[in-house]
Design a protein around this ligand. Structure first.
Ligand code: ATP
Ligand code: MG
Length: 390
């Protein structure tokens, strides 16, 4: 009989209809992420989703690792099925959990009996199997309140199952439950992390990136696509809209005061992201901005840059320190790519003394020299659309 994967649902407070759509989304996300590892039967029972291989060739290690990165799953374990007899359950626990039982100091057995025709009650099964395991591993003590290891036994219609210890998983909400948003992805450390954080709350992301060739290179573009690819184990497949930004930057440099260059450039980024969001029916924008990190991220500067959109601008890193952001970047697996030394369009034409306390009316006035609509139309028309997957 095949070993299976058990996924525990997060956000247990969900109830009613919400719970049903949570489970349905989660199962379809799990199906999509595991299907490259073989054919699996995926179904839910009592706040647990079962991922069961349907053929010998299934790669269970691969599927297990993939499920660990699916948002909505809070804990994950494997389980070994066996024949429905107390002797078979004991023998399976002894061998399948041999290492965990050797390493633990205390344990207990917990049984769930879904098959009510099974001749023993769940407490009796726990006592019998616990006693036999105690004889087999005499160093163990039984601790029903705070055991180091809980041996879970489940008796179902088709078989009995012995669970391995569970590990914590991605948490969050299933992608697709929280609507969709456009995320501004640069080549830096921050924006992959902000994208991850919003995706974790169940939001389907569309990625937008501004490139300024020939000031930014093909390698810089590849780096951004690589970052998007590294996000896909968490987010599922992504579409990256690469928007040409050179003409806008050159126009700003030509027509606007130098100390406002970065701010006006950021306003254009927001305008273009806003246009893409409307086109794709997304309900918010996401950035990796963090209060006080650079001149364009003071409170006044944030006010000026979000002035051009009336969509909510989600900034999940707003109160985080750089060290916390770096720790998360390492955890999600984007850090090493983020620190590759390619230029971003933000580093092109950066003023030596950027304005830190800008004024919205003044900035609007400075922009009146520009053909804002024409610049945005041409940038959107010149887009390049790239789909990335794991
Ligand atoms: P990051 O590490 O993400 O590059 P940062 O601290 O360097 O962030 P900025 O360069 O000021 O900050 O950019 C702030 C945010 O604006 C980024 O987190 C990202 O969301 C967005 N952004 C900046 N440059 C680009 C770009 N070239 N394409 C798309 N979005 C961008
Ligand atoms: Mg940047």
């Amino acid at each position: 009989m095949h070993e299976i994967i058990l996924c525990k649902l997060g956000e247990v407070v969900l109830k009613g209809l919400n719970r049903h759509s949570f489970e349905a989304r989660l199962m379809s996300n799990i199906r999509r992420r595991t299907n490259r590892f073989g054919r699996f039967k995926i179904y839910s029972r009592q706040s647990t989703i079962y991922v069961e291989p349907m053929e010998d060739t299934c790669n269970l290690d691969g599927a297990y690792a993939a499920c660990k990165q699916v948002f909505g799953i809070i804990a994950i374990a494997r389980a070994q099925p066996c024949e429905k007899s107390k002797e078979a359950i004991f023998e399976t626990a002894r061998t399948y959990l041999g290492q965990a039982l050797t390493e633990a100091k205390s344990f207990k057995v917990e049984t769930r009996r879904a098959d009510k025709t099974f001749p023993m009650g769940s407490i009796q099964v726990s006592q019998w199997v616990g006693g036999a395991l105690h004889d087999a591993f005499p160093h163990l003590t039984v601790d029903v309140h705070h055991p180091e290891l809980t041996v879970h036994v489940e008796i179902r219609e088709d078989a009995a199952y012995v669970h391995a210890p569970s590990e914590s998983a991605a948490g969050g909400l299933p992608i697709g439950m929280g609507g969709n948003a456009v995320s501004l992805l640069s080549g830096g450390i921050d924006s992959p992390v902000s994208s991850y954080m919003i995706a974790k709350r169940g939001v389907q992301l569309e990625m937008i990136h501004f490139a300024s060739p020939p000031y930014t290179s093909q390698l810089a573009r590849e780096k951004v696509l690589q970052l998007a690819r590294e996000l896909t184990p968490w987010t599922g497949r992504l579409t990256v809209y690469i928007i040409p930004f050179t003409e806008i930057q050159e126009e700003i440099r030509r027509s606007c005061p130098e100390d406002h260059f970065t701010l006006i450039m950021r306003r254009f980024m927001m305008r273009l992201a806003d246009r893409l969001a409307r086109e794709l029916r997304c309900k918010a924008l996401v950035t990796g901005e963090c209060l006080g990190q650079v001149a364009s991220q003071t409170m006044d500067a944030l006010r000026v840059s979000e002035d051009v959109t009336d969509l909510p601008v989600l900034r999940p890193l707003i109160g985080m320190d750089k060290e916390e952001i770096v720790r998360l970047a390492r955890h999600i697996g984007t850090f090493d790519t983020s620190i590759l030394p390619y230029e971003d369009c933000c580093t092109v034409f950066t003023p030596p003394h950027p304005k830190t306390k800008p004024n919205v009316e003044e900035v609007r006035e400075m922009e009146s020299a520009l053909d804002i609509e024409g610049l945005c139309d041409r940038a959107m028309a010149g887009r390049d659309v790239v789909r990335v997957r794991y």
